[in-house]
Every structure is written in C-alpha cells, then in structure tokens.
Design a protein around this ligand. Structure first.
Ligand code: NCD
Length: 303
C-alpha cells in the first residue's frame, strides 16, 4: 500500500492507515532480512545528508537501503563543502535530488526538514531536525512497543529525562496519539518539561497525562522510555552538568516490575548497565528494529 505522504518530516503527517501499513511491512522486512535481503530497490540511490552526528540512524538507513539492493551516497561533517561555502539548504536539496531518488537529512536546526521537503523533487525523510522531530525513530519505537507488548491501544507510557529538547519523545507522542486509551506520565526536571506544543496536542485529543519529577512514577507503566539529556542543545554547560544524571535507572528499580524499558540510544549513564541483562531491557532490540522499519519506509516512499 502506498503511503498518504510523499515526504516524511513529522509524525503528525501520518494517518493510522499509514502506521498500520508501515508496521505490517516492517514485519515482512524482518523475513526479507532473514533470507539475506532482496533487490526491490535495485537502481535506486539514497542520499544521506548528515549535518549533525549520527551513528544508529545513519547506519540503519544505509543497511536498510543495501538490504533491498539500493545504493547510498553520503555527505557529512567536513565533506560538506556546500555548508562552508554558504550554499542555501534549498539549493543543496535541489542539487542532491539530481543525484539521488530519495533524501534523508539530519540537521541541527528545527524547521529545516520542512524547508527541505518544500523544495525537494524527490521523497525527503527527516532524520532529526534539532529539537524538533525524528519521525523514523518514532516509527521504530512504535514497532518495538507493538512487538514487546503485543499491542499499543490501552498502554500507559512513561517518558523520562530531557523532554524539552529530546525530539524522539515529541515525535513518539504525536504518533501514539493515533491509538486508543493511552495515558502518559512525563518525568523530567521542571526546566526540561514537554514543550507546550506537545502538551496542547494531548489536551486537544483528550489524552490523559501527568507531569512529575520523580522517576518512581514511571516504574509501574507498561513502557518506560528513557532519554539522554541533550548536551548539544544547552548554551550553559553548568546547567547541563547539573541535569545530566538527574535520573539513573538501575536494576534495583525494576525488581518485580514488568515495565518494558526503551531508550533511543546513545545512553550516557541514565540506564545503569546492570539493567541490560533483565528481560525488561528492550533498547538494543529497539535499535535493531531500525533496519526493518527503515526498509519498509524506503520501499513504500519509493513505490
Ligand atoms: C536520538 C536522536 O538523535 O535524537 N538518537 C537516535 O537517533 N537514536 C537520541 C539522542 O541522540 O539522544
């Protein structure tokens, strides 16, 4: 089934039919991976433009393209001469669309994904725009929740940490808004609360949520989504240092608990390594799910 969108910049664009189709296709892609991939994207090229560092997102996009027989051209960091020469983002996107059939871009500034999509002649995917959105992460998070918990409707989801600058929790909240009878617990320091745009979305949709500062409020949820304090978004390093390890989840917190622990990774101390061996720890499975989900998305946007 083709998607209702040409470009993916925000999870707010997706319909329930889109997410159902992507989750089903991602499950089918796990079987494709198991048999060594196929050639359905033979002759197609993905341009991966990373103006901001990335390991998981970039490698899983590359792996996804290659599993389906497609190819990749990439630019990042010092290779990005257009950035240093002062080329506009719009010109870069139009030019790159002459080389590739689809573009994935990560950029430090919120709003750049919409600017790029507005001029892109080929499908464009937001791979993270500053503190804005990270829709492909949200899709793999959704896929992980479904796999780990069996279904999505009716779940209690707790999100912990840097809810202000963490783009993954913004995108995931919007996406979960498509499901029924969910409720949210947001755990953060006062200075890193969910932005107004996200809480007003929940109010409009009558989705119950609470905002608290104590990690214990999330331990009896179905899903505990931990996040890293986003160092690169702070102007004041002392403020970052004071907040960075406000929440540290340890194996002791999880004694007798059934909660599924997720994290978009990288973790920098907020989940103790003694959690890794527990059945609750889903974060490495979650990262692995990035490949089938991005395979599904790439093949559907290129249909
Ligand atoms: C996240 C991101 O880039 O927003 N990482 C990722 O893509 N898996 C989370 C983070 O960097 O903290």
């Amino acid at each position: 089934m083709p998607l209702s969108i040409k470009h993916l910049t925000s999870t707010k664009q997706l319909t329930k039919a889109d997410t159902d189709a992507i989750l089903a296709e991602a499950a089918a892609m796990e079987k494709v991976i198991a048999k060594g991939g196929d050639d359905r994207l033979h002759g197609k090229i993905l341009a991966a433009l990373f103006y901001e560092p990335s390991t998981r997102t970039r490698l899983s996009f590359e792996a996804a393209m290659q599993r389906l027989g497609g190819q990749i051209v990439t630019a990042d960091g010092f290779q990005f001469s257009s950035l240093y020469k002062g080329e506009t983002l719009e010109d870069t996107i139009i030019m790159v669309s002459g080389y590739a059939d689809i573009i994935a871009m990560r950029h430090p500034e919120q709003g750049t994904a919409d600017r790029a999509a507005a001029v892109s002649p080929v499908p464009f995917i937001n791979a993270g725009d500053g503190p804005g959105q990270h829709p492909t992460q949200a899709l793999l998070d959704l896929y992980t929740i479904q796999k780990e918990r069996g279904s999505i409707d009716g779940l209690h989801i707790a999100m912990v940490g840097d809810l202000k600058y963490g783009r993954t929790v913004h995108s995931l909240t919007y996406l979960l808004g498509l499901y029924k009878n969910l409720r949210f617990t947001y755990v953060s320091p006062d200075s890193l609360k969910m932005p107004e745009k996200v809480s007003s979305f929940l109010k409009e949709k009558n989705i119950p949520y609470e905002e608290v500062t104590d990690l214990h409020a999330g331990l009896d949820a179905d899903v505990l989504y931990m996040t890293r304090v986003q160092k690169e978004r702070f102007d004041d390093s002392a403020e970052y240092e004071a907040l960075k390890l406000k929440y540290i989840l340890t194996a002791d917190h999880l004694k007798g608990k059934k909660v599924t622990v997720m994290h978009p990774l990288p973790r920098v101390g907020e989940i103790s390594t003694d959690v890794d061996a527990l059945p609750n720890a889903a974060y490495f499975r979650q990262a692995k799910n990035g490949v089938p989900v991005r395979m599904a998305l790439l093949s559907m946007l290129l249909q």
